[in-house]
Write a protein of this length. Structure first.
Length: 134
């Protein structure tokens, strides 16, 4: 029994759970001015991440039930790669929101939910890559 399917499954599950957490934290005196700024993962493109991380999770589930072959590893690799890339794009969005909010005297920073999402995506990517190119 290969451990890669469990690594892929754990990474995808962590990433999916992180979609429901906060990705941005807002602190400062004028926080009321930024009430419309979405901070949760579901408000910041969460359904896209649910879809993308569904591929590695599905591959791990099929691999646990039958066999985690090269096709399942490729599906996990692509889902993890696209999710990790989209997470990097979302990090740039959070940083640009932080620069704009700094003018108002408010601090916008990356919350732990984002980091869990990114690490889960990278874990799914690494597991798929390890099995696909062994």
């Amino acid at each position: 029994m290969k451990a890669t399917k469990f690594v892929v499954g754990a990474g995808a599950a962590f990433g999916i759970l992180a979609v429901f957490l906060d990705w941005m934290s807002i602190e400062g005196k004028a926080v009321g001015l930024l009430k419309e700024l979405p901070t949760s993962g579901m408000s910041n493109g969460g359904p896209v991440f649910l879809f993308l991380l569904g591929f590695p999770l599905l591959a791990a589930a099929i691999g646990a039930a039958k066999r985690f072959g090269r096709g399942m590893a490729t599906m996990a690799l692509l889902g993890g790669l696209l999710s990790a890339f989209m997470a990097l794009v979302k990090y740039a969005d959070i940083q640009s929101a932080g620069k704009m909010a700094k003018q108002l005297g408010v601090t916008v920073s990356v919350a732990p939910g984002y980091w869990i999402l990114f690490l889960g995506s990278v874990l799914a990517l690494a597991g798929g890559r390890a099995h696909c190119f062994r």
